[in-house]
Each structure stands twice: as C-alpha cells, then as structure tokens.
Design a protein around this ligand. Structure first.
Ligand SMILES: Cc1cc2nc3c(=O)[nH]c(=O)nc-3n(C[C@H](O)[C@H](O)[C@H](O)COP(=O)(O)O)c2cc1C
Length: 161
C-alpha cells in the first residue's frame, strides 16, 4: 500500500470482528513504531502487547474500556522515563511512533484507534500492568468491524498567510 493511501484512508476503528491478530502482524506494527523518528535518536518509547485477561484488566480504567475489551489486542505505549532528554521532544517522538504504527496497521488491512482518555487514570494502568514507565497511549487493534468516518478542516482554514 502506498503511504499516501494509508494516510488518506486511515480512520479510527472502534469495532472489530472476532478474528485474532497474528503475532506476525503485531510484530510488524511494533517494528513500524521502533523506526519512528526521535530527537537525538533517543527512541524514548517502550511497548507492551496486551491480550486476553491482562488486556481486559485495564478496561476499568477508561470510559473506552468497551473498545479495549472488544479488541483482540492492544499495544500500550510508554515514555521510557530513564531515556527521556526533553519532555516536549520526547512526546512529539512518541506521537510519531504511534502514527507509524497506525499507518502500518492500516497497510495490513487491520483497524485501530489511539486511546488517550485512559491517561486520566495513567497511574492505575501502570500499576495494574506493573510497568514503571509513563503511559502515553493505548492502541486498540483488530480486524475492522466497521468503516471509520471522520472529516477534516479545509486547507484554507489551516494555511496561515
Ligand atoms: C492523542 C489522541 C487521543 C485520542 N483518544 C481517544 C480516546 O480516548 N477514545 C477514542 O475513541 N478515540 C480517541 N482518539 C481518536 C480520535 O478521536 C480520532 O483520531 C479523531 O476523531 C479523528 O478521527 P480519525 O482517526 O478517524 O481520522 C484519540 C486520538 C488522539 C490523536
């Protein structure tokens, strides 16, 4: 799939078929994240793949828990606090890393949604998962059970004179 097609056609997918996501596909998604750009190439991210009971254990910490439960897999993305050099730049790098993963998911014919509301209960999620890094997002992914829909502002609203 052309990158331009992945960008243009990607939409958040919040409903999934019951089909599992293969380990190979998850590995490919993590690889895409690993190759994200970062300031000083410090690669300030850590990933945790969540499936089954462990995945469902964090659902109670967000009002989007039903999406986590419905998804066959989630990837929790953390800021590697020991490897952080500039918070602003590290957060930007994490965003690029996550977008890389979303586009790879799209190119694999899978669907995903970036869950950020769960950060309201970040500490509870970190404790539940036993991870000593700062939660940045949870990506819920699976085989699409819906067509996403979203629109964008016109370019004219975005371009500054
Ligand atoms: C930082 C961030 C946090 C988000 N948090 C949530 C969330 O908690 N729940 C959710 O359903 N979607 C969440 N989204 C997905 C957005 O709602 C979605 O990207 C936006 O509405 C545009 O739709 P699209 O992804 O289909 O283009 C989040 C997206 C970003 C980038």
């Amino acid at each position: 799939m052309e990158v331009s097609d992945a960008i243009a056609n990607r939409r958040s997918i919040r409903k999934y078929t019951g089909e599992e996501v293969s380990d190979n596909d998850i590995k490919a998604v993590l690889e895409a994240g690993r190759w994200g750009p970062s300031g000083l190439n410090n690669q300030p991210w850590k990933f945790k793949v969540l499936k089954g009971k462990v995945k469902d254990s964090i659902a109670e910490h967000t009002r989007y828990g039903h999406i986590i439960e419905a998804a066959p897999a989630c990837i929790a993305v953390f800021l590697d606090v020991e490897n952080s050099y500039n918070r602003d730049k590290d957060l930007q790098a994490i965003g690029a890393c996550i977008q890389n993963m979303l586009l790879r998911i799209q190119s694999l014919g899978l669907g995903a949604v970036w869950l950020g509301e769960i950060l309201n209960q970040r500490e509870k999620v970190e404790e539940t998962l036993g991870v000593e890094h700062e939660l940045m997002a949870v990506i819920a992914l699976g085989h699409p059970g819906e067509e996403g829909s979203s629109d964008r502002k016109d370019m004219g609203e975005l371009l500054l004179e």
